[in-house]
Ligand binder design. Sequence first.
Ligand code: BTN
Length: 325
Amino acid sequence: MRGKIIEVILDIKNDFISGEELSKGLGISRTAICKYMKTLKEKGYNIEYVNRKGYRLIEDPKDLLTYQNISHKLNTKIIGNNIIHFETIDSTNNYAKKVALQKPEGTVIISEEQTKGKGRVGRQWHSKSKDGIWMSIILKPDMIPQKATFITSIAGASIAKALNDLGVKTTIKWPNDIIINNKKVAGILTELSAEIEKINYIVLGIGINVKTMEFSQEISEIATSLYKEGHKISRVDVIRKILKEFEILYLQYINKDSKGETLDICRQYSAIIEKDVYLIKGEEKELVRCLDINQEGNLIVRTKNNIKREIISGEVSIRGIKGYV
Ligand code: BTN
């Protein structure tokens, strides 16, 4: 019922709706409406009550990453049908892994803060409260584990597409960093539980720096946020757009084995195709030219000796010749 009330006041935006209208429309007493409004206020919704006019939402509560806010006009089939929201948690990926087998496919775990946010290769992912989008999606595709790596490309494509559609010029540093102005704004951490021939579940972790203005010294040169780059957009809008884009590309892949649109987006927004980069593996550093992303989602490069090579994600890390990209 709380959800329905939120739907109604979100729909009428800025206008008043009387307790009587609400009570008739929803088929509950005015006392019940009053109680629900109190709970909503406690949850952070800025609801005003004016005598003889009724209730009104004073400001758009877009900064709350609750199911009600995100699911409003989301219209996806599976991704985001179930959203579990925390104020704080160690890591949404860790929580998602714990509950993955009991939750339906497409469940999204979101936390305002992570106390032990994880980045790739054992790095820490700074996840201060309300500064960003820290979320994990539980996926259960019926496919062999070898096909799971492409899910990271789908995620990268959907984040880049979503942000560009929202007016934020972003590129993808293959395979899973999202870049604005040569700095990293988002990262993807895909974790897999599988048997030899079958995936049990995939946890797709997405971290996007939204409001962060100060980064720790070790990453300040290479990290940025949407706000820092001048894009004051709401976290809810970004999440909704990403979930929608992700579902489109994900369903194409799992239902039709179709990768075309994802690959087109990855190529279109690539930060490294037609650029020279260093491939870094341990102490080794090799200068190569990036040529393309192939049908598998792997990177094709040309070495100094004019040999074409296919680079599989996770094999190496990539650095630009002048810096991060
Ligand atoms: C990277 O670029 O190193 C990947 C960063 C992934 C961070 C996200 S935030 C939500 C999810 N939970 C985690 O602990 N990590 C991922």
